[in-house]
Design a protein around this ligand. Structure first.
Ligand SMILES: Cc1ncc(COP(=O)(O)O)c(C=O)c1O
Length: 470
């Protein structure tokens, strides 16, 4: 048997042993039906469970920290729609704001007072941003921010980091070339190599590569876009020396530093990841910021912002074109505003961060007790955990290290938890999210499920080890 086949059969065996309470026949039927009319049965690839195998659960409804699938089974939700649901599902203040806004009209294609209010609210919480433009998705926001950076600097090149995701604009679907002087390669069919010729891909947290790239091409670099805490390779913090050097190099070479805070904004702290870097590195600010997820509270809304000097390059004031039929949609802005107001309540982030830390600490404790090597980390309401190869392994610092962690154990754990009613993200390279609706009861239930699940994972790992012995 090949290693992959062995791994797959071990995962299947672990899944077979776990107690799937309730089954998922309705999701199976819906998935079969969906695959006839929607490519892969899903409208965004990670939802298809390809990384972990099995049938994606079709969700029927949600409330507080819980989801219910089409079979009526309840799950504790640690995905939170991939980040937006920081208040949990169906928060009364948010629902009321959305219902009231919907009654007044779904879309006007004309300016509204609420867009101004939302912009003012974001600016109040993020001092580096003097003006902001609202759009409908994180992809659109990151793509527009890069166009603006290129227009404002008159340069073409951009730097991104391996493992960071900034949406699916052509120029960003790139993996590193063979060396710093070579072009990156498209990671998607349909992206011509010429389209990514200006994209330089570097390793996250690698100061030497940064120095080298700026030394080689500094005068041509329009911008560097970075997830300040990477949530698209599980959960990896940018180190302080890396961030400090990045800031210095951008300033020295006239390149704009773009913080993609689509995931971290209003999630790791009220002022986003940039407020945490400013605490550690006094005076630190990015030049531009991209937001999404929490600022829409679960509705399609995202934004990009910067100083007035940079933003005035945008149409209708300046030569950089950007537009959107549904930008600043009245219902989405109502949802976002209500969400941003709730997260400003005193103590909100202290409680959220405390619960998230407790969640991760309990998972790590359960893993230790089961003899399964695991490490994890969190900030605010965002977290990650990794099945490492040995107990000595530290938290991964870049994409290569994340992908070297134990995918087989992650997948087995994912399914064992799903069967026990705990819904973590279905891929080892995704971050997790805790909401204000998750309380002690949900966290304790998660720990109890994890103790059972990790015992299964450990037992099968030991058995597989025995079988491999001659
Ligand atoms: C950091 C980051 N930037 C951009 C995006 C793209 O956002 P959207 O999916 O709304 O297009 C995502 C999506 O997960 C993200 O995590």
């Amino acid at each position: 048997m090949t290693t992959t086949a062995t791994a797959a059969s071990r995962c299947r065996a672990i899944r077979a042993m776990s107690t799937d309470r309730g089954g998922h026949g309705a999701s199976d039927a819906l998935f079969a039906r969906a695959q006839r009319v929607i490519p892969g049965g899903v409208n965004s690839p990670v939802r298809a469970f390809r990384a972990v195998g099995g049938t994606p659960r079709f969700i029927a409804r949600a409330e507080g920290p819980y989801l219910w699938d089409a079979d009526g089974k309840r799950y504790i939700d640690y995905i939170g729609s991939w980040g937006p649901m920081i208040l949990g599902h169906g928060h009364p203040a948010v629902l009321e704001a959305v219902q009231r806004a919907a009654r007044d009209g779904l879309s006007f294609g004309a300016p509204t007072e609420r867009e101004v209010e939302l912009a003012e609210e974001i600016l109040k919480l993020v001092p580096s941003v003097e003006q902001i433009r609202l759009v409908s998705s994180g992809t659109e926001a990151a793509m527009s921010a890069i166009r603006l950076a290129r227009g404002a600097t008159g340069r073409a090149k951009l730097i991104k980091f391996e493992g960071c995701y900034h949406g699916h604009a052509d120029a960003l679907l790139v993996k590193a070339g063979s060396g710093l002087a070579t072009h990156g390669h498209p990671t998607s069919a349909g992206v011509p190599p010429e389209v990514v010729q200006h994209t330089i891909v570097l390793e996250y947290n690698n100061v030497e590569q940064l120095d080298e790239a700026f030394a080689l091409q500094g005068s041509e670099i329009a911008c560097v876009i970075v997830e300040p805490i990477a949530g698209n390779m599980n959960f990896v913090r940018a180190s302080l020396p890396f961030m400090q050097r990045l800031r210095e190099l951008c300033t020295a070479h006239g390149a704009l530093l773009i913080f993609d805070e689509v995931m971290t904004g209003f999630r790791v702290a009220l002022g986003g990841a940039q407020s945490l870097f400013a605490q550690a590195l006094p005076g630190f600010v990015p030049d531009m910021s991209v937001f999404g997820k929490v600022i829409g509270g679960g509705m399609p809304l995202a934004a990009f912002g910067a100083s007035r000097r940079i933003m005035e390059n945008l149409a209708p004031l300046g030569p950089v074109y950007q537009a959107g039929t549904l930008s600043g949609n009245p219902v989405a802005t109502a949802c976002g505003l209500a969400t941003l107001r709730e997260i400003q309540r005193p103590g909100f982030f202290d409680t959220l961060a405390g619960n998230t830390r407790a969640l991760v600490a309990g998972l790590l404790g359960a893993a230790r007790d089961a003899g399964v090597p695991m490490c994890g980390d969190s900030l605010g309401g965002m977290f990650g955990f990794f099945f490492t190869r040995s107990v000595e392994d530290m938290l991964p610092q870049n994409y290569g290290e994340v992908m070297a962690t134990d995918k087989e154990r992650f997948n087995a754990f994912f399914h064992a938890m799903l069967d026990r009613g705990v819904y973590f993200a279905p891929a080892l390279y995704e971050a997790g999210f805790v909401s204000a609706a998750h309380g002690e009861a949900e966290i304790a239930a998660t720990h109890a499920a994890a103790r059972e699940a990790l015992a299964d994972v450990a037992a099968f790992a030991a058995q597989a080890g025995e079988e491999r012995r001659p």
